[in-house]
Design a protein. Structure first.
Length: 248
């Protein structure tokens, strides 16, 4: 299996380098990360950001920020969210593009956007995306992982019975209060969410696959496909063959 950071670089450099060409500076990288709920997308994103100084742009975080600060776009979005409606594509795009304009001097990792082909087409009109990282985790693995997740309702603290269990079964470490399982973490709810995700994202993956920009990482353990590699994004010059030495 490829180590994620190394293969990230390999995809980013495709078209920039040829094995017989001398090294030249690496361009800023514009990436999208996709993965079903429970795939470990948050963990992978945080490690990429930490290791390689990418700017993580979450559409959900952007939306909440604008609503919380009563910006013009936030007030417009709140008209929909307060009624339980989805924020329209064009408004979400405005929010994301506004954020991207402030980060044009950094590599970025876009999370939660685009969600539709129309959003992807609008993004393409403004920025050239280098790669789409697709976390392909078996649905059975996700269902099992999520079914073992319990939370402290008041604080939002999250536990997993396998790798982050509470000190006392069923009790929050800080308060001793009961832990609960969210309705949408129960097996039947997880299955429906995953089926909906697959249905919604297939056209989007097809859109980027047609552009040869999708890189899928298959596995069941985040630590496997995030195995340590040289911090390649911090170097100024690279030859493509160097990337080939980072296979695991």
């Amino acid at each position: 299996m490829y180590c994620l950071p190394a293969f990230l670089l390999g995809v980013a450099l495709k078209g920039y380098f040829h094995p017989t060409m001398p090294p030249r500076p690496l361009s800023l990288i514009k990436a999208i990360i996709m993965g079903p709920p429970g795939s470990g997308k948050g963990t992978v994103s945080s490690r990429i950001v930490e290791k390689f100084s990418f700017y993580h742009i979450s559409s959900g975080d952007i939306l909440r920020h604008h609503i919380r600060n009563n910006t013009e776009l936030g007030l417009e979005a709140q008209k929909f969210t307060s009624s339980g409606l989805l924020v329209p594509d064009n408004l979400v795009t405005k929010l994301v593009l506004t954020e991207l304009k402030s980060t044009e001097d950094r590599s970025w990792l876009l999370d939660g956007y685009p969600r539709t082909v129309s959003q992807a087409e609008e993004l393409d009109r403004n920025y050239s995306v280098d790669m789409v990282l697709n976390l392909d985790v078996p649905f059975d693995t996700i269902a099992e992982r999520v079914s073992k997740r319990w939370i402290h309702a008041e604080s939002g603290r999250t536990y997993n019975l396998d790798f982050n269990p509470p000190n006392i079964e069923g009790k929050d470490d800080m308060t001793g209060q009961d832990l609960v399982q969210r309705e949408d973490d129960k097996p039947e709810s997880v299955k429906k969410r995953l089926e909906l995700y697959s249905e919604m994202t297939k056209p989007l993956l097809d859109f980027y696959s047609d552009q040869d920009k999708v890189v899928s990482f298959s596995g069941t353990e985040t630590n496997v496909y995030m195995a340590p590699c040289p911090e390649i994004f911090r170097r100024e010059n690279w030859h493509l063959n160097w990337v080939d030495n980072c296979l695991i």
